[in-house]
Design a protein around this ligand. Structure first.
Ligand SMILES: Cc1ncc(COP(=O)(O)O)c(C=O)c1O
Length: 365
């Protein structure tokens, strides 16, 4: 079976740059929160035109610490989408708050902004949009709703490093932008890692304290914190890949354009409005014949994945929230029709052509 994402191929392209950096880190023997982390934080804050970026141990922690640093906790409600990776709601629950789901837009798979306002009540403290698959959520509308109700906005940018709305980067719209460096992400480390982009220096200081056992100086603990530090090895690797991120995203967009040309007549391809620059963390098609397409691809050793087969409101672990089937009809329909196809910067054109031909062949009967 071909891979969904070929990380080895990318490693071979950059290994001549990776090894000297690893060597420098091993020689220096500073492994946690050192020079490479600071350099990466500086570069990522400049890239996003925000005051600060703060390295943490994962995307989940980025969300969790962002919520805590904005005072969100017990008894608070956070509005989010049921069509996302489970970690989005875990972070809300870790903070002590309650996730409140809102159905999604059928074109972008992002939170449907028209349905946010009537879910706001006196306990609502924040909106947590997810730029799912690399397609930005409608941030202008979300920021306006948040302003009108005095809510915080925490952006889940785990799948959308470098995505833009009218030239402005996701992660720079809300009160905090939360990134994951899980290896398969657009900007992926060789282990776990995360980053928060932020403009509020008070909240940023709290995150820096929380990420390191609540400590502000040596063995002086202001808060009960966490072990959520980004390590130097991951930061060093990320610095090499960060230099190439715009090129990587451009290549993903080229692959998506080719898929669109080949598949537009037979399935619903990802949509992208003029003001949007999608980064195609996933290239996800919609088809009522999704299951037969996936079976046919598998027979031909072509990988595909259903992200996500069970929406969050129907997950067993979240049963206590009291949601039931048909609560979010768009999300449920989309979950039954989505199929993500291989996409990564180094993906060969022939593979896109053969995958598309296999899909057409299947649909012809
Ligand atoms: C949408 C979304 N949110 C949050 C996360 C959590 O990131 P991590 O795995 O780095 O904790 C991920 C990725 O795994 C994700 O895809």
């Amino acid at each position: 079976m071909r891979p969904m994402i070929d990380l080895k191929r990318q490693f071979l392209d950059i290994k001549e740059e990776i090894f000297p950096i690893l060597n420098e880190i091993f020689e220096g023997s500073q492994y946690i929160l050192g020079k490479k982390v600071s350099e990466l934080e500086k570069k990522i804050s400049e890239y996003h035109c925000v005051q600060e970026a703060i390295g943490v141990a994962s995307g989940t922690d980025a969300l969790h610490l962002s919520l805590l640093s904005h005072g969100i906790g017990m008894g608070d409600e956070v509005i989010t989408t049921p069509f996302t990776f489970f970690a989005t709601v875990e972070a809300i629950i870790y903070a002590g708050a309650k996730p409140v789901f809102v159905d999604i837009d059928p074109e972008t798979f992002n939170i449907d902004v028209a349905q946010i306002s009537h879910n706001i009540n006196e306990n609502t403290r924040a909106i947590l949009p997810v730029h799912i698959f690399g397609h930005p959520a409608d941030m202008d509308a979300i920021m306006e709703i948040a302003k009108g109700h005095n809510l915080k906005v925490i952006e889940d940018c785990a799948q959308s490093f470098g995505a833009l709305i009218n030239g402005k980067k996701v992660g720079s719209f809300g009160d905090a932008g939360c990134f994951s460096f899980y290896p398969s992400k657009n900007l992926g480390a060789y282990g776990d890692g995360g980053m928060i982009t932020i403009n509020d220096s008070k909240a940023a200081e709290k995150i820096r304290i929380l990420r390191n056992h609540g400590s502000q100086g040596s063995y002086i603990h202001k808060l009960i914190g966490y072990n959520s530090r980004l390590d130097e090895i991951q930061a060093g690797i990320l610095l090499v890949k960060f230099k190439r991120i715009d090129e990587y995203n451009k290549k993903r967009r080229e692959k998506a354009t080719l898929y669109n040309t080949l598949l537009n007549d037979v399935v619903k391809c990802p949509q992208e409005k003029n003001e949007i620059t999608h980064v195609y963390h996933q290239y996800t098609i919609l088809s009522e014949q999704r299951d037969s397409i996936q079976k046919h691809l598998k027979e031909k050793d072509i990988p595909s994945v259903v992200y996500y087969p069970v929406p969050l409101h129907l997950q067993e672990a979240l049963r206590y929230l009291g949601y039931k089937k048909n609560d979010f009809p768009v999300t449920e329909r989309i979950s039954s029709q989505v199929l993500s196809l291989p996409i990564y910067p180094e993906l060969a054109e022939e593979d896109i052509i053969s995958t598309s031909e296999a899909i057409k062949e299947c649909l012809k009967g």
